[in-house]
Design a protein around this ligand. Structure first.
Ligand SMILES: [Zn+2]
Length: 237
């Protein structure tokens, strides 16, 4: 998103700024200098990466972002319209936005559509024969893929032949990404644009690797800004 919208975000969700200040930590450099604690990403990098279309929509939604009620410094979580973000949990920010969208914005029909696309058993479970838990949960799968697509990473599938283009189409239809972000995705994710996590073990691995840390966020932000600069220069020519 552009700087004007990012400023609106920081006004509407002041906790994003607060986590940034807390993250500066003890003995950190001068005011305004970011100090990445535990490799956590800078919230401003994440805002820059988020497509304006999604940024705009979430500004108008019932979304609230607060400190997590869970143990400090551990996981983030989403309940209803509230994302509880831990100071060390900014690496889950896009993942939690995925939960927010699943819980608040997707109809049962859309959830079924997603499940079918990624080869899940149904809108609740990925694998019909396994008990339902964190690694057998279609909502968690969706949250990981929201984080994946926003970070221009390969998309996760449980099974089946769905192409990346169909998944991107779905993400576009529900307003997670726009055409510009689709182009960024193809420029960065690298073929094949999807990967299979077809067992609880594989899902556990994908889950463990879903977090977004400082260096990756910085890199993707720079990639997007560079592409925007090139595009602007082409328009001027
Ligand atoms: Zn989750």
């Amino acid at each position: 998103m552009n700087e004007v919208q990012a400023e609106e975000w920081r006004k509407r969700f002041p906790y994003l700024k607060e986590t940034w200040i807390r993250q500066r930590g003890r003995g950190s450099p001068a005011e305004g200098t970011f100090f990445p604690v535990s490799r956590t990403p800078h919230p401003n990098d994440l805002l820059k990466i988020m497509p304006s279309s999604l940024g705009e929509r979430l500004l108008k939604s019932r979304l609230e972002i607060m400190p997590t009620k869970r143990m400090a410094g551990t996981a983030s979580g989403t309940e209803g319209n509230v994302i509880g973000l831990s100071t060390l949990g900014v690496h889950d920010f896009f993942h939690e936005i995925g939960h927010f969208i699943w819980i608040n914005e997707l109809t049962p029909a859309r959830k079924k559509e997603y499940a079918k696309l990624v080869g899940a058993h149904n809108a609740r479970r990925l694998f019909g024969k396994e008990p339902r838990d964190r690694h057998n949960d279609t909502e968690e799968h969706f949250a990981r893929n929201v984080q994946n697509v926003l970070m221009l990473r390969k998309l996760e599938k449980a099974s089946g032949p769905a192409k990346a283009s169909e998944l991107l189409q779905f993400m576009k239809k529900i307003g997670v990404i726009d055409d510009e972000h689709v182009r960024h995705f193809y420029a960065n994710a690298g073929a094949p644009f999807t990967f299979h996590a077809g067992s609880m073990e594989k899902v556990s691995e994908a889950d463990g690797e879903n977090g977004v840390f400082y260096r990756e966020a910085r890199k993707v932000r720079q990639l997007i800004e560079e592409r925007q600069r090139l595009r602007a220069a082409e328009r001027l020519r």
